[in-house]
Design a protein around this ligand. Structure first.
Ligand code: B12
Ligand code: SF4
Length: 478
């Protein structure tokens, strides 16, 4: 059966680090591998590149179309993509899945979507394909929200969490045509690799642990080594919490070295307390890449702030983690959360912390109730009517304590203290010197776009244009 898997354009990269990152749809590649093993013909089309959905549907004439939805900010785009597919091919079965869809399917329950996967796809998607192909009952396929004549219903949950070894390697060849367009920071092309999924912690703003009930699943080491060896020399590791299992992580580093894997660049995401107690592990991994960066959830500049987010780590962990990582020559890209309750003093506390510890490579996001979290459920009245594209952690979803205008002045000032400010410590020529001549137009374009994050008027204009009282009635989904 012909199956088309689509990765829509998120539609919202006005603010934030979006322009710096465009990575392959790894989830769809695992689904592709699962479907190919059952004899299906699979096409993956990444709609962040041309052509659009209509062309792909006409070209591949799919019986089933799967649409990937990673972030809540994409919900409206997912619905409009489903609508385009439906108009072009009314008989195709339309299935949506991915992290945000599974965490909060309510937003996608509309007539142009036939089913939503509420769990991982390696088992669910081939089972849907079989039911569609053979005309079997979809109500017997586990892990779905299903559109029926009587409205939306849930099918039974999966008997157990899908093992990551069910599909050992993703079908990366399905995105060969897009590979040259995938990039992270200055690295292009780039590969996304997953070695484990989930996280045992419970930070209040995060939807990962709430979807996976604080579980963490690991891939077989041989498959991971195989994947690393087959991928190119710039790698972003998608794991929610890298180095989670020290013994396994040491074994993986050793196996990669034995295999002769050495990359130009690796980027991983992890926690401060983990780094603090894992110096040996950090030493073992460092030789695996020339440049090795860490996305670190620093989140707050005080213990009180960290406690308020249920981070489960303290400020000493942040300081020590940065020290250890730097001593081993890792690059640190921290992220801090800015709260709408903040006063001017809270901003100043953050600026002092950044200055004191030289954390200018950090990013700053607004604490946002992401659908699928308890925080969202608590705030559901306050966020009523917001359009989904505002859930990019750079929009205000309600009036902050100090008022929107002052908040954005201070927020923009915070970004001005980062290395992205080309009028600051790292000027545009310093960036240009770091890249190959062919990358100069790209880096100029990206930096030009990120300067918007330092202009309060840009945020305010966007805020006023997208507030619910302005856009009310324009929302397409629940
Ligand atoms: C890679 C990644 C990114 C990348 C790339 C995304 C892209 N647009 O290309 C970058 C770095 C750009 C990014 C940015 C952001 N991200 Co992000 N990202 C991830 C991350 C770490 C990995 C996703 C991944 O590939 N996993 C590996 C694959 C194999 O797993 P998978 O995608 O889940 O696929 C499986 C299932 O979901 C399912 N499935 C997937 N697709 C489909 C399709 C169908 C049809 C079906 C049936 C099933 C299905 O089956 C697959 C196999 O089991 C996730 C974490 C996570 N756990 O999801 C966060 C995550 C999705 N991101 C998150 C956030 C908050 C953001 C940002 C807002 C952060 C910020 N500081 O600005 C921005 C938004 C950017 C923007 N404006 O678009 C949150 C989402 C929260 C939410 N509920 O919306 C997550 C969950 C991280 C977190 N800890 O909270 N992100
Ligand atoms: S450590 Fe990261 S992945 Fe785990 S709950 Fe906290 S934010 Fe989410």
């Amino acid at each position: 059966m012909n199956i088309l898997l689509l990765r829509p354009h998120p539609g919202n990269d006005l603010f934030g680090l979006g322009p710096f990152f465009c990575v392959e749809p790894l989830g769809l590649e695992y689904l592709g591998a699962a479907l190919i093993s059952k004899g299906h013909e699979v096409t993956i089309a990444d709609l962040r590149f041309r052509p659009g959905a209509v062309t792909w549907v006409k070209r591949t004439r799919p019986r089933m179309v799967g649409i990937g939805c990673l972030h809540a900010l994409e919900f409206d785009r997912i619905v409009s993509t489903a609508r385009e597919v439906r108009r072009t091919s009314p008989e195709a079965f339309i299935l949506v899945g991915g992290h945000a869809a599974a965490a909060f399917p309510d937003a996608l329950e509309c007539d142009d979507i036939d089913a939503i996967a509420v769990d991982d796809g390696e088992e669910i998607v081939p089972a849907v394909a079989e039911a569609v192909e053979k005309g079997l009952s979809l109500a017997d396929v586990p892990g779905l929200r299903l559109r029926t004549r009587d409205g939306w219903m849930s099918t039974p949950p999966l008997a157990q969490r899908t093992s990551l070894d069910l599909v050992p390697l993703p079908a990366r060849h399905l995105v060969d045509r897009h590979r040259g367009g995938y990039h992270c920071l200055l690295f292009k092309p780039v590969w996304l690799i997953e070695t484990a999924r989930g996280c045992p912690h419970n930070c209040s703003f995060c939807s990962v642990w709430q979807l996976y009930d604080r579980t963490c699943r690991e891939r077989n080491l041989d498959a991971v080594v195989e994947d690393f060896a087959a991928c190119g020399d710039a790698v972003f590791v998608a794991d929610d919490l890298f180095w989670y299992n020290p013994a396994r992580s040491l074994a993986l580093a050793a196996a990669l070295k034995r295999r002769g894997v050495f990359k130009r660049w690796i980027l991983v995401q992890t926690r401060t307390d983990l780094i603090r107690r894992s110096a040996e592990l950090m030493e073992a991994w460092r030789p695996l890449a020339k440049d090795f960066d860490i996305f670190l959830g620093l989140e707050a500049a005080s213990d009180k702030g960290l406690d308020g987010l249920d981070k489960g780590a303290g400020l000493e962990d942040s300081i020590e983690a940065v020290r250890i990582a730097r001593s081993l020559k890792y690059g640190i890209n921290g992220n801090f959360l800015i709260d709408t309750d903040w006063t001017e003093d809270d901003f100043r506390e953050l600026w002092d912390f950044i200055e004191q510890h030289g954390l200018q490579r950090a990013g700053f996001t607004i604490r946002t109730p992401l659908p699928g979290t308890d925080y969202y459920r608590q705030m559901s009245d306050r966020v009523a009517g917001q359009q989904w594209s505002n859930y990019d952690m750079h929009h205000l979803l309600w009036e902050p304590c100090i008022g929107a205008e002052r908040f954005f002045e201070l927020y923009a000032e915070t970004w001005r203290r980062s290395i992205l400010n080309t009028a600051g410590d790292k000027g545009i020529m310093d960036w240009i010197r770091q890249v190959r001549p062919s990358q100069i137009p790209y880096i100029i374009r990206v930096l030009w776009r990120t300067q918007r994050m330092m202009k309060p008027a840009e945020y305010l204009k966007e805020h006023l244009a997208t507030r619910p009282d302005v856009t009310r009635g324009k929302r397409t989904t629940a």
